[in-house]
Design a protein around this ligand. Structure first.
Ligand code: FAD
Length: 301
């Protein structure tokens, strides 16, 4: 529950607010109960004001990107869910090889913008269905590239309304982790440096990346991508398959027949189904191979 005062404030800010909103409409898994308020914020000032009001009232807020790496509880999310829209979807060329991206824009838009400016280096991210902010938070990566390879700086807002900047190594990027993974900071924008390259070469690399995805991944079913991180020296999908878990299901949640690293929602899967399936997979894989699988998907309760 959020107070009427907070509700009033949110309604009067530059944002689109939806109260008692099903989170399944905002996650790629198509799973998740209601949140008290789902709020697409359009300006930095509105974001600051809403966060300050949440803090003052001791109401929880949670910033999401495009919801493509989340398993939201069936009970939903208490408090306010903030999504960055409006001004946070700006993208522009800063100089010959540097692009400023609002944290709310999709990686797809960033890739297309880069291609149109004949700048290469972002092609690896073509097909990752997240936002630039979410990609930096997670250090998203694929096919030999990671967001860490192109990010030079990012701007954030802390809980007290202060703006800060991380440059280069300050991001502490590692596999599916960044400095943001351990802190309550909202990423506002990200600057990436790319390399001049012909539009043709960029296009064909993007196409090749997408072809690989289509061949290997169950893109016709809701999911959150690879559920597990790659364990050192192994591939999670291969271990899961080796343990005979391909296609195993709990309710409508199923270990994908196409890619065992994915869990798909075959219709009405609940978060509880997915959690049970994840626990089962982890237990069997540990028993049979000795390898401890760690989740890449983030649980939000
Ligand atoms: C079909 C499919 C394929 C995928 N393939 C890949 C892949 O190849 N490689 C890969 O790495 N991932 C992959 N993913 C997972 C996912 O797309 C990435 O993790 C992506 O980076 C998540 O971005 P998002 O905007 O959706 O973030 P969300 O899922 O919305 O959020 C993820 C985390 O980031 C935080 N966050 C998001 N935005 C901000 C912000 N502005 N400020 C502060 N915190 C923020 C959230 O609080 C949350 O903790 C795939 C997912 C799907 C469904």
């Amino acid at each position: 529950m959020i107070s009427n005062e907070l509700k009033e404030l949110i309604i009067n800010e530059d944002c689109n607010a939806y109260f008692d909103e099903p989170m399944r409409l905002h996650t790629s898994f198509r799973i998740g109960g209601n949140t008290d308020c789902f709020c697409e914020v359009n300006t930095q000032q509105a974001l600051k004001n809403i966060i300050a009001a949440c803090k003052k009232e001791n109401t929880r807020y949670f910033v999401i990107g495009l919801g493509s790496n989340l398993l939201v509880s069936d009970d939903g999310i208490d408090g306010v869910v903030l999504k960055l829209g409006g001004d946070f979807e700006e993208i522009k060329l800063l100089n010959d090889d540097t692009i400023f991206c609002g944290a709310g824009i999709s990686l797809a838009k960033m890739c297309l913008f880069a291609k149109n400016k004949s700048l290469g280096g972002a092609e690896f991210s073509w097909g990752i269905p997240g936002s630039v902010g979410g990609a930096v938070y997670m250090n998203a990566g694929a096919y030999g590239g990671e967001i860490k390879d192109i990010v030079i700086s990012s701007t954030y807002l802390d809980e007290d309304g202060n703006i800060g900047v991380f440059n280069g190594d300050e991001h502490e990027f590692s596999y599916r982790h960044s400095v943001y993974s351990d802190k309550k900071l909202t990423i506002l924008d990200v600057t990436v440096r790319l390399t001049p390259k012909s539009k043709n070469d960029i296009f064909y690399l993007m196409q090749d990346t997408m072809d690989k995805r289509k061949k290997k991944q169950p893109l016709n079913r809701p999911s959150a991508g690879s559920v597990f991180k790659r364990p050192d020296g192994y591939f999670a999908a291969a271990l899961i398959e080796e343990c005979g878990l391909k296609g195993v299901s709990v309710g409508d949640a199923q270990v994908s027949e196409k890619h065992s690293g994915f869990i798909v929602n075959n219709g009405k899967a609940s978060a509880k189904d997915v959690r049970q399936l994840i626990d089962m997979v982890k237990t069997v894989v540990k028993e049979k191979t000795g390898v401890e699988l760690e989740c890449e998907v983030r649980f939000v309760e």
